[in-house]
Design a protein around this ligand. Structure first.
Ligand SMILES: C[S@@+](CC[C@H](N)C(=O)[O-])C[C@H]1O[C@@H](n2cnc3c(N)ncnc32)[C@H](O)[C@@H]1O
Length: 290
């Protein structure tokens, strides 16, 4: 924040800012080269590939950061941005897309329930990694599925829930949702696993919370620090933001963490025929580790 405030601003002598019209009209000049810098930084550090069509989205999301930092141009903001500094986290958080909801692609949770039943062994805890957990609905749905499948508040399941974006992970960890957010949860599980604290406020019960560990993790990071063997991985609606080479790298890194017979769940539009040396397609967007 401090370094950004002291960074240089637009001057009439600066040809980059004075010569051409901004590409996106608005409060701050936003030129093609600014957009290219944003794209390159994001791609390099997070794997997220932004298409040309995302110019306006990038402008509106980062304009808030420029205002918060008191800088007057995208160029100055990007000049001051350094990987590892506090503003970096805001930059990344601002550019992620976090849409998620309870029981998204509901057929996955039926398959997961069957998988839990088949793999349960006395004294063993089944391990699941939810690798792009966003605001938590996916991880809590996995926890609900476990509790309902084993008909206990303490099922033999542990869920590691991670995401690149630190703000969504905080929300996920809080486990508090509005009525419209929990509307997809059937009445029984909702009553059993949430405390209805206020007319429009539902809080995940402590027993369910005990099943999930949340932490920040970049799928492009060198060390995931995820311990296998895992029984299932949910990596849904995140690969879609990566190019094909990055998708393959991520999926191939996940494979050795899964037990043979373990399941990889991906999003409805994420197919990877190129990953089928290690995985076989088991059903719609569900892969089994060979
Ligand atoms: C659209 S949400 C999907 C949430 C959930 N998996 C679902 O299917 O409902 C995509 C999530 O991927 C996360 N993400 C993007 N790039 C990532 C990366 N390199 N490492 C980890 N998470 C990432 C974003 O922060 C975002 O929360």
């Amino acid at each position: 924040m401090v370094s950004l405030k002291s960074s240089p601003s637009i001057t009439p002598e600066n040809p980059l800012f004075s010569a051409s019209q901004p590409d996106v009209p608005g409060e701050f000049a936003f030129h093609g080269e600014d957009f290219e810098r944003v794209r390159a930084l994001l791609k390099q550090h997070t794997g997220i590939s932004l298409s040309e069509a995302k110019r306006s989205m990038v402008y509106s999301r980062l304009a808030r950061r420029l205002r918060a930092n008191g800088v007057t141009s995208f160029r100055a903001y990007l000049d001051a941005l350094r990987h590892g500094k506090p503003e970096w986290e805001h930059f990344v958080n601002a550019l992620t897309t976090n849409l998620t909801y309870f029981y998204r692609e509901a057929h996955h949770f039926q398959i997961l329930a069957e998988h839990f039943k088949r793999r349960a062994r006395p004294g063993e805890v089944l391990q699941v990694w939810c690798a792009a957990a966003s605001t938590g609905e996916e991880a809590w749905t996995i926890a609900l599925t476990a509790a309902e499948t084993f008909a206990t508040l303490a099922p033999p399941v542990h869920i590691l829930a991670t995401d690149l974006d630190t703000s969504v992970i905080d929300t996920a960890r809080r486990g508090v949702y509005r009525g419209e957010q929990v509307a997809r949860i059937p009445e029984g599980p909702l009553r059993r696993h949430f405390v209805h604290e206020a007319p429009d406020l539902y809080r995940v019960r402590p027993e369910l919370r005990a099943l999930v560990t949340f932490r920040q993790l970049n799928l492009l990071g060198a060390d995931w620090a995820v311990r296998g063997p895992l029984d299932a991985v949910f990596c849904r609606n995140v690969l879609i933001y990566f190019d094909r080479a990055t998708q393959l790298q991520v999926v191939e890194r996940m494979a050795p963490l899964l037990r043979p017979g373990g399941l990889l769940f991906v999003g409805h539009s994420e197919h990877f025929s190129h990953g089928q040396r290690v995985f076989s397609l088991q059903g719609k967007t569900v892969y089994v580790r060979n």
